[in-house]
Design a binder for this molecule. Structure first.
Ligand SMILES: C[S@@+](CC[C@H](N)C(=O)[O-])C[C@H]1O[C@@H](n2cnc3c(N)ncnc32)[C@H](O)[C@@H]1O
Length: 360
């Protein structure tokens, strides 16, 4: 906000966030973004999409054109769709309105590698929105209001709702490339032959690391609801000779004896007591000298304004869902030192930060 922005205009713009995400959710659920795709296939970019007349889109979506136009108007305002002006030929019949999807809109098409449609669906699930209604209570109690509102903790809820489980895992899997780059920059793969990604979801990070390091072998250890998808992904990407998924509870026991263990975006889901329990289970699986790499976004690392806002909102999201938090490098360091790790190092990066530690 610049100094001369009208404060009321600026404040009004801030309170419409949920209307924006719920409009995008509706467009995803109705199939609006997919309706621009000419046939079946993987979306590659806006060039593969021609302008589509409103009545064609409406027919593809079995929606009333006037109703669809209302949603498209908002998508135009958001820059997800454009409404190109018809040519200025005065003689010609006026052409019916047509719409084109933009490069930003394409990221919400089914099958797009960004998995952003999973993200918007995951963030706007009723269970999540109902829990965010209780942010004030969460701030008073420092407790996971998700469980109070929905009757079970988030992971149990996902296990009971396979659609939401799939969306959650898809939304997580979108970060595999960024996280692999952060680990590479931190030197985590130097001399590593075997790696266990603890809470590694669908295996996007392991797959990416294996593609970059042909001699590396990888294991994903995660809840059984997720490991089936990870196994399918490894077979689908012809990596099953070097990777497998192990159902595991990181509060109980993990695959042992690897050179390196990764906890990527896991500890921020848990309060300090649970983090120490997880770290002790990881430590118990490690031989002395093996390395642990914690991939998170540190509250005290350099960030763009936009990325900082994202992280601070995620801190509240962690509170609402789990009674958990984002942390500074000192806070992660204290957890690691308290659970038998030594030789800490920190490598900050544009998207992810990495804390390295040795099993003492
Ligand atoms: C926020 S996701 C992070 C996924 C992935 N590491 C990433 O960075 O995208 C947390 C992961 O922890 C897993 N998880 C939660 N509770 C677990 C448990 N008790 N044992 C093993 N994994 C668990 C979840 O299934 C999920 O895949």
């Amino acid at each position: 906000m610049t100094d001369d922005t009208d404060p009321i205009v600026a404040a009004s713009a801030l309170v419409r966030g949920h209307l924006v995400s719920l409009s995008i959710r509706a467009a995803v659920e109705l199939g609006v973004f997919d309706a621009f795709l000419p046939g079946s296939g993987t979306p590659t970019g806006p060039d593969s999409y021609a302008a589509v007349p409103l009545h064609t889109l409406a027919a593809r979506l079995t929606l009333e054109p006037r109703q669809l136009a209302r949603l498209l108007t908002v998508l135009v305002d958001l820059g997800l769709v454009t409404n190109p002006e018809p040519g200025a030929d005065q003689e010609a019949e006026p052409s019916p309105p047509a719409y084109e999807i933009t490069a930003v809109g394409v990221t919400f098409v089914d099958g797009h590698p960004s998995r952003l449609r999973d993200l918007v669906l995951m963030r706007t699930e009723r269970s999540v929105l109902d829990s965010w209604q209780r942010l004030d209570a969460a701030l008073r109690t420092d407790a996971a209001v998700f469980e109070t509102v929905n009757g079970v903790d988030y992971w149990t809820f996902l296990a009971q709702h396979p659609n939401q489980e799939t969306r959650f895992n898809g939304a997580m899997a979108r970060r595999g490339i960024e996280q692999a780059e952060a680990l590479g920059a931190a030197g985590a793969l130097d001399g590593t032959r075997t790696l266990v990604d603890v809470g590694g979801g669908e295996g996007a990070l392991v797959s990416e690391l294996l593609r970059r390091h042909p001699d590396l072998k990888g294991v994903v250890a995660d809840r059984p609801e997720v490991t089936t998808a990870a196994t399918e992904a490894f077979f689908g990407q012809c990596l099953a000779d070097r990777a497998y998924a192990a159902p595991a509870d990181f509060f109980v026991e993990l695959p042992s004896g690897a050179d390196a263990y990764v906890l990527s975006n896991v500890l921020h889901d848990w309060d300090d007591g649970d983090c120490r329990r997880i770290l002790r289970t990881v430590r118990a699986a490690m031989e002395p000298g093996a390395r642990l790499w914690v991939v998170e976004r540190l509250l005290d690392a350099e960030r763009s304004d936009d990325a900082r806002l994202d992280l601070h909102l995620l801190d509240l999201h962690m509170l609402v869902l789990f009674g958990a938090r984002e942390r500074t490098r000192a806070e992660y360091g204290a957890l690691l030192l308290a659970t038998g790790f030594t030789d800490l190092s920190v490598a900050t990066g544009p998207a992810w930060d990495v804390i390295g530690a040795r099993a003492g």
